[in-house]
Design a protein. Structure first.
Ligand code: F2R
Ligand code: MG
Ligand code: MG
Length: 316
């Protein structure tokens, strides 16, 4: 698709593209989580090389997709974020081997044991978690409330709170959800408009600075300047920047963030969600889409959730 070319992509295609784009980014990026970018760059010189020759035939997803499924299920049940339902979904879907953050594990285990999980969320890390776990799972909120960015932000806040009580952990989720809502409602790419709508939703000077920096970046070589870490402040802006540098290519947007190493599953999941919300399901390379694990709550289940949320969004 050429730059700025108008495109008409259905809501259902965008919802499916967003949730399955997240799963693809997570599954592919998960093979490289924690790796050094120089090591990755020796093996894959371009995003195309990586996407055409993934290191595995099955893309098994990690905690990012697992928890996103919980958020989508909770929204589908209640049409808004209700903490009790959300926590039940996190517990029912909890599979520790999916690679959860250590704080998140303690909080979910407290939920499971009917203990005071709020106390754990507030105290496991001093000041609460500033990890990117609330942002990595927030995509369904950005989709479902896309018509009202204030609602996106307030619902994203509620979706973060059970596990993330640090301002940056919460704000990362709010900003990513708003970015997804904007991407999902754009019919043609307009970088100025995208950032003009997004930046007022930054609350802290730290996030404001990072998102302004994301706006100014003009080449993928500079993405690393925004960070590739497990913290919200050093991962959410990176995903947003890679999407806005490569708005017309899922392969480039997602591939480039994997090539910079670090928290690759999560940054690729967030980038895949943004790219899929803008470009729709058909932009995701078929070989990757087909490779997502499909047992239980796998590809078809996620696709069904996306379709159900789209139908519910359109009927309300
Ligand atoms: N946890 C991982 N990857 C680590 C390797 C997993 C390995 N494969 C395994 O087998 O275990 N990935 C997942 O975690 C990230 C999302 O984390 P979330 O949900 O935010 O969890 P948590 O524990 O709250 O925060 C993550 C880490 O951030 C640091 N941190 C957060 N707040 C902090 C604070 N206030 N002070 C100090 N450190 C803080 C800690 O290191 C936390 O463990 C995603 O990458 C997901 O893929
Ligand atoms: Mg993960
Ligand atoms: Mg991760």
């Amino acid at each position: 698709m050429k730059s700025n070319m108008a495109h008409s992509i259905s809501i259902q295609s965008r919802f499916r593209g967003c949730l399955l784009g997240l799963a693809v980014g997570d599954g592919l990026g998960g093979r490289f989580e924690g790796m050094d970018r120089h090591w990755i760059a020796k093996r894959y010189r371009t995003p195309q090389q990586l996407i055409e020759n993934p290191p595995t035939t099955t893309l098994s997803y990690t905690d990012d997709t697992q928890m996103m499924i919980g958020v989508a299920e909770a929204l589908y049940e209640d049409k808004e974020i209700i903490e009790k339902t959300l926590c039940q979904k996190f517990v029912v879907n909890y599979v520790p081997s999916r690679g959860y953050g250590r704080g998140a594990r303690r909080v979910i285990e407290a939920m499971e044991d009917n203990k005071d999980y709020h106390a754990v969320a507030c105290s496991y890390f001093p000041g609460g978690s500033y990890g990117n776990g609330a942002a990595m799972r927030v995509a369904p909120v950005g989709l479902f409330f896309l018509n009202n960015l204030e609602s996106v932000s307030s619902q994203a806040y509620l979706s973060a709170l059970p596990t993330h009580t640090h301002q940056q952990g919460i704000e990362g989720a709010q900003i990513l959800a708003v970015a997804i809502a904007i991407a999902c409602s754009m019919n043609e790419w307009n970088k100025s408009l995208f950032y003009d709508k997004l930046i007022p939703h930054c609350q802290s000077p730290e996030f404001n600075k990072q998102i302004e920096k994301a706006r100014r970046i003009t080449c993928v070589e500079d993405l690393i300047m925004l960070g590739n870490a497990i913290t919200a402040i050093e991962s959410v802006p990176t995903a947003i920047a890679s999407f806005s540098l490569n708005p017309h290519s899922f392969t480039k947007a997602v591939g480039h963030v994997i090539l910079i190493g670090g928290d690759t599953d999560t940054i690729a999941a967030m980038t895949g969600a943004l790219s899929g919300a803008f470009l729709g399901i058909d932009a995701i390379p078929q070989n990757l889409l087909k490779s997502i694990e499909n047992e239980g709550k796998g590809r078809d289940y996620i696709d069904g959730l996306a379709k159900n949320l789209a139908d519910m969004y359109q009927s309300t």
